[in-house]
Design a protein. Sequence first.
Length: 329
Amino acid sequence: MSFFAVLLALLIEQLKPLPRENWVHQNLGHWLHWCGRNFDAGARHHAAVVWAVSVGVPVVLAGGLYLAISHWSLIGGLAFDVLLLYFTLGFRQFSHYYTDIRDALDRGDENEARRLLGQWLHLDASELPRTELLRHVIEHSVLAAHRHVFGVFFWFVVMSAVGLGPVGAVLYRMAEFSSRWWAFKNARLDAPDNDRVLALARRLFVFIDHVPARLTAAGFAVVGNFEEAVAAWRRDAGLWLHPNEGVILAAAAGAVGVQLGGAAAPGVTPDRSKPFAGGGDATLAEAQGSTPGSAATAAHLHSVVGLVWRSVVLWMLLLVLLTLANVLG
């Protein structure tokens, strides 16, 4: 059942993707804003209340509807799985930026590529040199693939296995969206209601994403250059401030042999890089703040796409095997 739900959702999303500014994204933003306005009065415990309501209510609602529908009809339960996966899982929710940037680079229009990257990240990328531009596109594309596909996939399968259908997909998507939305609200809208809300949302998402991040990295190693991916994972994951991001990006860098990490240019992802003071045990990569490998080129964009799709096929095959084992057992 889980396999068919994921497969159908991916196929439908490829044929009819959600538009860039879709009503689901907008209404989720309104929902989080409403929760913050009505449940956050600045006290310490209010951060937990805001997160519990903003994330917990959609999760409970999804679980209750699924149990009611699947009790009435198994086909109805599958359809509900597919519907929620369509809104929570898929490449086309972010790949329009990646595709547009790649097309701009193929045309030689680096200024348009920088504008699109800045629009995607809500940051100023106008001064990025070409190599750094390509590096940031690769890094954020890999992270987006994890958060929109592999992370959702993991939690959907786990919760489906215990009979809760799409609850895991909704939990992961709401936790990820919550941490991202509160960060955007504080940084761009200059309206930090309660810093504890953002801090809690980030901590809880790190916890929820801990296992999926490492499974994504393992998948990259299996379908890419295994030895280099594992070596980069062990050696270079600490190049990033956020451990889950570091694991994924280090493994991806080793899997395709591209140089990632390094000091970010002014105004670009300042929270995803840190300076390294060369110590006695510091490797050359650590001293430079980047992974070993070739400098990012346009060819690596295609390599990363292949890496991600091979990983999808890998996890789908594993899901088929688990489904068959469950049926035969």
